[in-house]
Design a protein around this ligand. Structure first.
Ligand SMILES: [Zn+2]
Length: 471
């Protein structure tokens, strides 16, 4: 008897601490979410990636995407305005922002020569965001390989005036924090240029966020990084040095504009649910943030079909400017207008909502699995909100990483504490690279996350705001 009781108590404990126990597959009444269709939503991702390619093909072959302040930004803003109007949202409008001068690299070129050997074009080189330009006629520097750029690698090395190459297994970093501050350690030793090779198979272009480097700094694809390493090694073996020629022309471009796109679906009360998806992204930006925008559009379509009286809360949809420019106009404005969230029961961030799992496989290739990548999840609210979210994720078999994220990284980072909030987010091997195309976006994953968000909105409808808030 005693044994049975403690077993029952344990089951209760476990189901409370982990995920609420619900039957596998779709539960009662969840068939209603079937109208949220993955193939349809992926069509939106395709339309968005096409905008990036148009921008690239229209004279921007190196630094491209749906970049804040560009024609691609304006095109996707118009597209979203049209979508919101077609769905039947009210008060659809654009809230414009003047941008500070934007970092726009005009062109660049990097190559390496080891004496006697032919010139090696390092064509995957991509300057880190806000990276320092070279003098107009470029730089010609001696190359140095510092391995992983640990203190052991750097001890005793004279890097003054050199082009320094290092290698990193910090796969998910596109930040100044890469390899625990390697860029700074190298810069402190007087490097004149820095090259970061991410050890992810292939030869991708990676767009890094600013890395706080005072010299021209580029990311390199794995194949180019390995070729450079080999050339440096061969030159050393021959008693000579490999040299790097680099040129980077940057224009700080003034007078550009961007906008938040607003749309409202009035509910039975003036309490709100706020749905955010950032519009910008680098390269094709299929996942970051084509999927998020598609998820937001899918939610708008779904709830627009439900009679207003049956929707307790007004839903506000925000296509925000994004944050890749660092100043994040929408997020900054919202963080300064807390009144927007005065009656907000739920803030949902739609960001990188679905990608296939990518595995670094043998023979230096990345392989795509036929299952979705597990998502990092964050809930900033009461245990009730967390349980409603967990139940929805389980209902639609959304794959999750173990353990809640400490905070909502990404577009709602500045506003996550202004209302009960939540998000799912994927940051995979191809994040911020030219391989992040529609090909890695699974229709099933896109449908699953969008359905789960719809269910969370519906299931929180009967819960008072105070009972959704963090204590
Ligand atoms: Zn993003």
């Amino acid at each position: 008897m005693r044994r049975t009781l403690s077993a029952a108590a344990m089951i209760l404990m476990v189901s409370f601490l982990a995920l609420p126990a619900v039957p596998h597959g779709q539960g009662h009444g969840d068939a209603m979410y079937a109208s949220i269709d993955g193939k349809h939503l992926k069509g939106y991702v395709d339309e968005l990636t096409a905008m990036s390619r148009r921008y690239r093909d229209n004279g921007h072959p190196q630094f491209w995407g749906r970049i804040i302040g560009t024609d691609a930004d304006a095109e996707n803003a118009r597209w979203l305005l049209g979508k919101f109007k077609a769905i039947g949202l009210s008060d659809v409008h654009e809230q414009p922002f003047d941008l500070p001068p934007q970092w726009m690299p005009q062109s660049w070129n990097v190559s390496m020569t080891a004496s006697g050997a032919k010139t090696l074009a390092l064509s995957s080189a991509q300057p880190t965001y806000r990276g320092v330009a070279t003098p107009a006629d470029g730089l010609d520097l001696e190359a140095a390989d510092v391995g992983f750029a640990t203190d052991a690698d750097l001890a005793g090395r004279d890097l003054r005036g050199k082009a320094v190459f290092f290698y990193s297994m910090d796969y998910q970093s596109r930040h100044s924090t890469i390899s625990h501050g390697a860029v700074k350690r190298i810069g402190d030793k007087g490097a004149a240029a820095i090259f970061i090779t991410l050890l992810i198979p292939g030869n991708m272009h990676f767009q890094f966020y600013p890395v706080a480097s005072e010299v021209p700094t580029f990311a390199l694809g794995y194949e180019d990084g390995m070729s450079a390493r080999e050339a440096i090694g061969q030159a050393r073996a021959a008693g000579t040095t490999a040299r790097v020629r680099l040129k980077l022309d940057v224009a700080m471009t003034p007078n550009l504009k961007t906008a938040t796109i607003w749309g409202t679906l009035p509910g039975a009360t003036d309490e709100t649910v706020v749905i955010v998806a950032h519009r910008d992204g680098w390269f094709e930006a299929a996942n970051d943030n084509g999927t998020g925008v598609a998820t937001m559009a899918g939610l708008a379509e779904y709830f627009a079909k439900i009679p207003q009286a049956q929707r307790r809360r007004t839903i506000v949809f925000l296509g925000t400017t994004g944050h890749h420019d660092g100043t994040a106009e929408s997020g900054t404005w919202l963080s300064q207008h807390k009144e927007v969230f005065a009656k907000t029961a739920l803030l949902i961030n739609c960001e990188h909502t679905a990608a296939n799992q990518l595995i670094a496989s043998n023979n230096a290739v990345v392989r795509k699995a036929n299952v979705e990548s597990p998502l990092s999840w964050y809930v900033g609210g009461s245990p009730t909100l967390e349980q409603i979210a967990a139940r929805a994720y389980q209902t639609f078999d959304v794959k999750l990483l173990d353990g809640r994220a400490a905070a909502a990284a990404g577009e709602i980072g500045r506003i996550q504490n202004l209302a009960p909030s939540l998000q799912l987010i994927d940051t995979g091997l191809y994040w911020h690279s030219d391989k992040e195309t529609s090909d890695i976006v699974p229709e099933n994953g896109l449908a699953a996350v969008t359905r789960a968000y719809a269910k969370i909105i519906a299931d929180t409808g009967g819960v008072a705001i105070k009972d959704l808030m963090k204590n």
